[in-house]
Design a protein around this ligand. Structure first.
Ligand code: UD1
Ligand code: F6R
Length: 374
């Protein structure tokens, strides 16, 4: 049931604070400041022996892996690679004992992801599932895993499942870090504490990000006639740019590309002109000076003085003072948790672009919710 919402996509975007809460529910031990994941506890010895991690998924689930890559690497010391399931089965990387292959899937029944899982199982890698659907194929074929508890997702376009996938991956990283330090008789790192605080306050931060919805709708009205748009981010925000572009193209049918801002001068800058709206994901993190530079590079090649076609998603009000009209404010959280918050405005932007252009948000053409053939 859609309740008071016009579409399932809208409903599911607005359900995200509650969905994140469900993913965290009874897994966060606030007194001991640790995460308890029943789904991986029994396999902790094997997890700690791993050296490499592959995060495997398709579409949005792949982007959740991209988002978590650096966090897992920094917290747990593994070498981590996120990879598209279709690419994994095309390239058949050398995996085996000592490798952890994590399969991320809302439905738990995506054909490419299952094929990659079957290969990893055959190679005797440790296989871990991150799924929403209890009893699904990926749940059944993995050695262990975590249910993300997002609740039923009806819209073809994945939103709340993405958020819960990211939360679950961060919980796994925290859980492993805690156990590593416990066994070495060492205290947890500062980064652990920061990310722990970031995820327990995430439901509130998501609610605050949703408060910008009306403003985002107004921005969508201004750019809805575009036939192409670029979403730019760097560092922790690159995966968000990719995910945001996927959302936009999937429901609004505007061609959208998620670009690493550091790559602008290597080709994409040639596309920058007044006709193409630019969306920058530019939180106040360690990459801010470089993002300011990327924005300046692009605005120098545009003539629209009102800068209506330049959208900035940020937790830094300095952009408003700098004369940008379309600034979407997000709450400030730790830079490695920020991608979860920055993604919300992009989901809303995609939703409103689709509505403005008059398409069916919940049933984008040519797409199915569950892709059960390769
Ligand atoms: C259980 C509840 C969860 C609740 C949590 C805390 C269910 C299904 N799970 O989760 O909703 O938040 O207690 O009270 O009711 N597994 C796989 N592969 C996967 C996913 C899971 O093998 O892809 C396995 C796990 O290893 C585990 C079992 O399925 O053995 C259940 O996993 P999960 O639901 O995540 O475990 P809990 O955290 O105990
Ligand atoms: C995008 C979207 C798809 C899915 C992809 C994987 O909004 O929904 O890109 O993320 O088809 O599906 P699951 O997660 O079910 O394996």
């Amino acid at each position: 049931k859609k309740g008071s919402h016009r579409t399932f996509m809208e409903k599911e975007i607005f359900e995200q604070p509650g969905a994140a809460q469900s993913a965290l529910f009874s897994r966060v031990d606030s007194n001991q400041r640790r995460i308890r994941l029943g789904g991986i506890a029994e396999h902790m010895d094997e997890l700690l022996q791993c050296r490499r991690v592959f995060l495997v998924g398709c579409g949005t689930s792949y982007h959740a892996g991209m988002m978590a890559e650096t966090v897992i690497e920094r917290l747990c010391g593994y070498s981590v690679t996120s990879v598209l399931a279709s690419h994994f089965i095309d390239c058949l990387p050398h995996v085996g004992p000592g490798d952890m292959c994590v399969f991320i899937s809302q439905s738990g029944s995506t054909a490419d992801t299952i094929a990659a899982l079957e290969y990893a199982n055959k190679c005797d890698a440790l296989t871990v599932g991150i799924v929403n659907t209890v009893g699904s194929s990926i749940y059944r074929q993995t050695d262990c895993g975590v249910h993300i508890n997002a609740g039923y997702e009806a819209s073809v376009c994945s939103t709340k499942a993405y958020t819960c996938q990211c939360v679950s991956l961060l919980m796994i990283a925290l859980c492993i870090h805690f156990e590593q330090r416990l066994r070495q008789n060492q205290p947890v790192s500062d980064l652990y504490d920061e990310i722990f605080d970031g995820i327990i306050t995430l439901p509130d931060a998501l609610s605050e990000a949703l408060d910008e919805s009306k403003h985002i709708h107004e921005i969508a009205k201004k750019i809805s006639a575009a036939s192409s748009c670029l979403v730019l981010g760097r560092g922790f925000s690159y995966s968000v740019a990719r995910e945001g572009a996927l959302k936009i193209k999937e429901v609004s049918y505007i061609h959208a590309e998620g670009i690493a801002a550091g790559e602008l001068k290597h080709g994409t800058l040639a596309l920058v002109c007044d006709d193409i709206p630019l969306v920058f994901v530019a939180p106040c993190d360690r990459y801010m000076p470089k993002m300011q530079n990327a924005v300046a590079q692009c605005t120098a090649r545009r003539t629209d003085k009102a800068k209506d076609g330049v959208v900035i998603i940020t937790d830094d009000t300095a952009w408003v003072s700098a004369g940008f009209k379309s600034v979407i404010k997000t709450p400030r959280v730790h830079e490695m948790v920020q991608p979860l918050v920055s993604c919300v405005p992009l989901q809303l932007l995609a939703l409103y672009l689709c509505e403005e252009r008059g398409f069916d948000v919940d049933k984008p053409r040519n797409l199915a919710k569950s892709v059960t053939v390769e």
